[in-house]
Design a protein around this ligand. Structure first.
Ligand SMILES: [Zn+2]
Length: 413
């Protein structure tokens, strides 16, 4: 049956999904087998061959070793996404993955658009969808993580008959190529970090609601990845994100607005914070904002103690402060900036100021500049709002920090 057979034009739709960015991810998994041995003579070097794994049929001009490595990555990723979306993979995902199109005679790639995408160093997934089932074929360059990205679309189309709206479909496919079991830190290509850090932040509304098409630009893919990564890994939003995604894929009446509307200000704040501090190694889970903490002013002359973890972003003190107030600071305890470091630091930090206790004021979803708190002395409050503190440390390696200090603040009489 042809994909474009008009007899199926009503219940059938073709889902096009494309990628324009290239990223490499490494991983391993078992369950591999080359396609059944043929009795025909060995193919010429570089000629396309077929390789099989449990869930993939790979047509490729990659070497046998490269093909095996790619199938391992695809199976590994498929295992993760099938667990995430709670549906074992249905059927075989057929993939045309080309290293050099000169190795592919005319007609050997059965779709001209697929061949064009490969020629551009990109990929596309073409799915024939009937109800909630589909048959997908991936066309991808062998460069970077394009095949993994496309395989996410293929899994969604074959198992749910849809890949969801562009922001979700492409954001999750980008995540798919980076996913590593148990890895919570950001691990993306450096050009993604560079683009986001050097651009005017793209609003949530612009990502979720603008009319955007798949395959538009790698820059748009970067923003969609950032949003999906934050929502999937920040504990404030992750519990709602998977049900939202499953609702989308199961074509239930769910929406981003319905799910997160009541938390719009909080998400916007944390999203902007994430974009501002984005780096490889960043941990959204450790830097999540504590929205439940209550803040109150301290009575004159009273004291309050607050534990501060080294391996966390800003942590609430529960203290509501006013500009110009002065508090006495007295910290006890030590922390380390990495597990291997032998020298524990107090809240005064090291000579370079690393490991120092620092603070910000949060007010109306805006943050003040960061200021020093230190281990002892007088803290002069720069502006009205809620006082948050952290161990000054590279955002890329907060997860390596250990230890905690106790901050004691005494209000003036
Ligand atoms: Zn895509």
């Amino acid at each position: 049956m042809s994909r474009r057979d008009s007899r199926y034009s009503l219940p059938v739709k073709i889902v096009f999904a494309a990628v324009a960015s290239l990223v490499l991810v490494g991983s391993t998994t078992p369950c591999l087998a080359q396609a059944a041995k043929s009795t025909t003579p060995a193919p010429a070097a570089g000629a396309p061959q077929d390789f099989r794994s449990q869930h993939f049929l790979l047509h490729t001009d990659l070497s046998a070793a490269e093909s095996k490595a790619l199938l391992e990555k695809l199976e590994y990723m498929l295992g993760i996404i099938a667990t995430y979306w709670q549906k074992p993979p249905k059927g075989i995902i057929e993939c045309y993955v080309a290293k050099d199109l000169n190795n592919w005679p005319s007609g050997s790639i059965p779709d001209d658009y697929g061949r064009q995408k490969i020629a551009r160093g990109e990929g596309v997934t073409m799915s024939l969808v009937l109800g909630s089932e589909g048959k997908s074929t991936v066309y991808a360059t062998s460069e970077g993580g394009v095949a993994q990205h496309e395989a996410v679309h293929a899994y969604c189309a074959q198992n749910f008959g849809t890949t969801g709206p562009t922001w979700y479909s492409e954001g999750m496919a980008e995540m798919g190529q980076y996913w590593k079991k148990g890895e919570l830190a950001v691990q993306v290509h450096e050009y993604v970090v560079k683009h986001i850090r050097s651009s005017e932040p793209k609003s949530l509304n612009a990502i979720v609601n603008s009319v955007e098409t798949t395959g538009d630009s790698w820059e748009n893919y970067a923003w969609r990845w950032a949003l999906c990564h934050l929502l999937a890994t920040n504990p404030n939003y992750a519990p709602h994100f998977r049900p939202l995604g499953l609702g989308i894929l199961n074509k239930q009446p769910v929406s981003f607005e319905q799910t997160y509307g009541a938390m719009a200000d909080q998400i916007s704040f944390e999203y902007l914070f994430f974009l501002t501090h984005l780096c490889n190694g960043y941990r959204t889970d450790l830097c999540a904002w504590d929205w439940k903490r209550k803040f109150t002013a301290m009575a004159a002359g009273s004291s309050r103690t607050v534990p501060v973890q080294a391996a966390r972003g800003y942590q609430p003190t529960g203290l509501l402060v006013k500009a110009g107030q002065e508090y006495e600071v007295a910290c006890t305890g030590t922390w380390k900036l990495d597990k291997a470091s032998t020298k524990p630091l107090t809240a005064a930090g090291d000579d370079a100021g690393e490991g120092k206790l620092v603070g910000v004021i949060f007010q109306d979803f805006q943050l003040s500049d960061e200021f020093d708190v230190g281990a002892s002395g007088t803290l002069k409050i720069p502006s009205d709002g809620q006082l948050h503190v952290r161990c000054k440390s590279d955002w890329a390696s907060i997860g390596d920090n250990t230890g905690a200090v106790t901050l004691k603040l005494t209000a003036p009489k």
